[in-house]
Structures are given as structure tokens and as C-alpha cells.
Design a protein around this ligand. Structure first.
Ligand SMILES: Cc1cc2nc3c(=O)[nH]c(=O)nc-3n(C[C@H](O)[C@H](O)[C@H](O)COP(=O)(O)OP(=O)(O)OC[C@H]3O[C@@H](n4cnc5c(N)ncnc54)[C@H](O)[C@@H]3O)c2cc1C
Length: 427
């Protein structure tokens, strides 16, 4: 028996719980485990939570991860695939590392959660029982806010590429097929959205490609926000210097609809914009299964959680991590943050199974790197801790900061960050 498993079982024992007592729970029938955890979504949040529950319990808790994709494809670094300096394989990681840890990785989609019975139904027809459920389904798009995009044909022509994978590859192909002198336009939704600096990094990567391969072409940033939402000075400098004459930034462009056949974007107040490659990131909300599970509690979009545990404020035994949550002040929707949520939730789930108190002072950190060229990078970082009076996570005074300027050393740091976080979450 491993050290962690012994310790976990000791904690269960100290709390007066035996494996057989826990086994009385419908969810743990026959498992012979100290608990059964189901994780929905094998992205940054879910993979991390699954790994840490398996690791910290020393295998005492049975973990099942439900994920429809065959492999993990990272959104961070995927903008480099659009620039052409990397391939989709460079940002793809197998789930084998989790399987080797004893996690049951099911290639399936969760279609329904019954919080009373503590069961999850899968598209395959299978039903899973759980003691604790972790939801990390990422985002789904609010196509009702871009009505003409609400069909498969239009979505195949006007891509988001805001979930890395086939859309990333398809958008790269559209950019390659575009004539020199064409216009690539990217529409950014109003905050909060997944990865505040991501669209601006994408504009830089497309501009990097155009500068070398199609120098008469333009990148138009059509921002639904009043101003650049992240790393403003650093991005503006890049657009005015490195990509002068290629990138144009237009704020206050709240998208109302598109005309997919003519690749035209329509806005609340600004005039229509016609592009040769139109890339629309529609407004989004928590992944659909969160709505089905009844844990969306804020603005019909996001899931409010107790920041000490990431348990839903509404439905007991369901923990929500990653982009699906209603964020704390100044907390970005990022992969790094989702990874941190996953660890806090993993510890809280184990504490709750052992009837132990949760850590009262969680500290989370975040760093987002953005590639300006294929190797020059800028970053923004922050540290967040729990404020007992406000009952939320707040930024630690004086923590974090920004790069002074783009530089190649941070390009190396960015790849080290990516390799480390993939190893942390997936092996
Ligand atoms: C272009 C781009 C660049 C980015 N760059 C950075 C960066 O540099 N640094 C950074 O920290 N963050 C970055 N991000 C943000 C980061 O990708 C997200 O914040 C992160 O992926 C959120 O993790 P998550 O677990 O909530 O969602 P995801 O990582 O999207 O994972 C959700 C998973 O749930 C699965 N799923 C959904 N519904 C179901 C269901 N019903 N059943 C089973 N599985 C389901 C999906 O298939 C998916 O694999 C970037 C994002 C984009 C788009």
C-alpha cells in the first residue's frame, strides 16, 4: 500500500469513517474504494483534478474521467498553429498518463446529471454513480447572440477556433488559402470570456504569418470591449511597431450577427465589416452539462462556487472548476487558473470524503504568456488568496506584474510553462 493511500485511509479512520462504512453509499457499491469521483471534462481543470485525486488518495479513491476527445489538445500555444510556426501535434497530449495512474478514462460525453441519485448518464447509454462530481466542461457558445451562426453550415465557414482542435487546423487552412491583400478579421466578445489576452495574441500570430507570406494583407481586430482587455501597452506597441500597417484595432465593436455567405460581420453601432477570413469568437457560458446539472447560478451563464472548495453554491457534492465558474474579481478564465482550481477542488473533495475541514487559506497563481512573434513573448502574472471577510479570492497586493517588453527568453519560459503544466495535469 502506498504512503498516500495509507495516509488517506488513516484520515478516513480518524474521521470515524471506514471504507466499508463509506461503502454503504449507493455510489460506492462494490468498488472497494474509499470513494468514487467522476470528473466530466478532461481539459485543464478536469484532468488536473482527476490526477490529483488519484495521486493524493494513493489510489484509495476511484476516479473516472469522462471526455469525448481522444487526446488533450491545448488552447494555450494553439495560436502558434495559426501563425504556422507549430503544428496541432505540438499542442496535443495523450491521456495515457492518466490511465497509467489508475484513472478510468472513458471516451464519452456526459448527457445528464441526477444530483439526487448522484448519477451521470453518458451518450453511450452507460450510467456512472458518484460520491463527488467534478465538472470542468469548459465553455459553450451563445449562438442566440449571433443568430445567423446558429447552424452547422455557417459555423463551418465562420470559425471560432476557441476550442483547440479541428477548428484550429481549419482556420489555418483558411488563412493559407487567402490571397495576398486579403483581410482577416477577428471578433472578440465582451468580457468575461476565455483567455483575455488570447484574441490579441492570435492577431499577432496571424500578422506574423502575413508579414512573411502575404505582406499586403491586413488583420482587423473588432473588439466588443471598450479597450484592449489585457497587456494593453505591450500589444499596442507590437501592432504599432512589429506589425505596423498590418494590424488595425477597432474597439466598441459589439457583434450582433454575421452574414456567413459574404463573410460580413454586423455590429451594434459600427458599420458592417466584410472580410476574406472571418473569425468570430461568440460570447460564451459554462459548458452545456453545467446547465443540465443545475449549477449555473450567475446571469444564466456561469457557475458560482465556494472558493474554499469549488463546490457549487447550489448543488451539494458537485464541484465546478475552470472556465465554467463565475470568476472572482481580477481572476482570468485561463488554463493556468483552471489547473489551480483543479488542485483546490481535489483537496476539498478528499477532505470532504474523509470528513476533514478544507484548507481555509488557499492561494492560487496565474501566468499567461502571449507570443508576439514565433519566439518573442510577453506575460502577465498574478497571485490570488482567500479573503475571509469577502468570502472570495482577491489578488495579493504587490503580486504579479507584466513583462517590460517582448523578449525571446520569455519564449523559452512559455514553452517550459506549457510542458510543465501538461505534465502536471496529464502524467
Ligand atoms: C487560443 C487560446 C489561447 C489560450 N492561451 C492560454 C494561455 O496561454 N494560458 C492560459 O493559462 N490559458 C490560455 N487559454 C485559456 C484556456 O484554454 C482555458 O482557460 C482552459 O482550457 C480552461 O480549462 P477548462 O478545463 O475549463 O476547459 P477546457 O480545457 O476547454 O476543457 C473542457 C473539456 O471538457 C470536455 N467536455 C465538455 N462537455 C463535456 C461533456 N458533456 N462530457 C464530457 N466532456 C465534456 C471538452 O471536450 C473539453 O476537453 C487560451 C484559450 C484559447 C482559446
Amino acid at each position: 500500500m502506498s504512503m498516500q493511500r495509507r495516509e488517506f485511509l488513516k484520515a478516513l479512520g480518524a474521521a470515524g469513517i471506514t471504507t466499508s462504512a463509506l461503502g454503504g453509499c449507493a455510489a460506492m457499491r462494490g468498488a472497494g474504494h474509499a470513494g468514487q469521483v467522476v470528473v466530466i471534462g478532461g481539459g485543464y481543470g478536469g484532468a488536473t483534478a482527476a490526477k490529483y485525486i488519484a495521486m493524493w488518495s494513493g489510489g484509495a479513491v476511484a476516479v473516472t474521467l469522462v471526455e469525448p476527445n481522444a487526446a488533450f489538445v491545448s488552447c494555450p500555444m494553439s495560436n502558434l498553429v495559426l501563425g504556422g510556426s507549430k503544428q496541432i501535434a505540438d499542442v496535443t497530449v495523450s491521456y495515457d498518463g492518466l490511465t497509467k495512474r489508475g484513472i478510468k478514462v472513458l471516451r464519452d460525453t456526459a448527457t445528464a446529471v441526477d444530483a439526487d441519485k448522484r448519477t451521470v448518464r453518458l451518450a453511450s447509454g452507460q450510467t456512472l454513480s458518484y460520491d463527488r462530481l467534478i465538472l470542468s466542461p469548459g465553455i459553450d457558445f451563445l449562438y442566440n447572440q449571433v443568430p445567423a451562426l446558429n447552424n452547422d453550415g455557417a459555423q463551418a465557414r465562420v470559425l471560432h477556433a476557441w476550442k483547440a482542435g479541428p477548428q484550429t487546423v481549419a482556420l489555418r487552412q483558411q488563412l493559407e488559402a487567402m490571397h495576398d491583400g486579403g483581410v482577416y478579421a477577428i471578433s472578440i466578445p465582451r468580457a468575461p470570456y476565455r483567455c483575455p489576452p488570447g484574441p490579441y495574441e492570435r492577431a499577432c500570430q496571424v500578422a506574423w504569418y502575413f508579414k512573411r507570406a502575404k505582406p499586403k494583407s491586413k488583420v482587423l481586430i473588432l473588439d466588443g470591449n471598450e479597450d484592449v482587455t489585457s497587456k494593453k501597452g505591450l500589444f499596442t506597441k507590437a501592432w504599432n511597431e512589429e506589425y505596423k500597417g498590418i494590424v488595425e484595432y477597432r474597439p466598441n465593436h459589439v457583434l450582433t450577427d454575421v452574414d456567413a455567405p459574404t463573410l460580413t460581420a454586423k455590429f451594434e453601432t459600427a458599420g458592417d465589416v466584410k472580410a476574406d477570413v472571418l473569425n468570430v469568437i461568440p460570447p460564451h457560458r459554462a459548458g452545456a452539462i453545467a446547465a443540465q446539472a443545475g449549477v449555473i447560478t450567475a446571469n444564466n451563464r456561469w457557475c458560482e462556487v465556494d472558493f474554499l472548495s469549488f463546490e457549487s453554491i447550489k448543488v451539494k457534492n458537485i464541484y465546478v472548476v475552470g472556465d465554467s465558474i463565475q470568476i472572482a474579481p481580477a481572476m482570468p478564465k485561463s488554463g493556468h487558473m483552471a489547473n489551480q482550481h483543479g488542485k483546490v477542488a481535489a483537496a476539498a473533495v478528499l477532505a470532504s470524503l474523509a470528513e476533514q475541514p478544507v484548507n481555509p487559506t488557499p492561494i492560487l497563481n496565474n501566468t499567461c504568456y502571449s507570443f508576439i512573434t514565433d519566439r518573442d513573448v510577453v506575460h502577465v502574472a498574478s497571485v490570488h488568496h482567500y479573503d475571509r471577510d469577502k468570502k472570495t479570492l482577491v489578488t495579493v497586493a504587490g503580486s504579479g506584474g507584466l513583462s517590460p517588453a517582448m523578449n525571446p527568453l520569455e519564449g523559452e519560459y512559455a514553452w517550459a510553462w506549457a510542458r510543465n503544466i501538461w505534465a502536471d495535469a496529464l502524467t
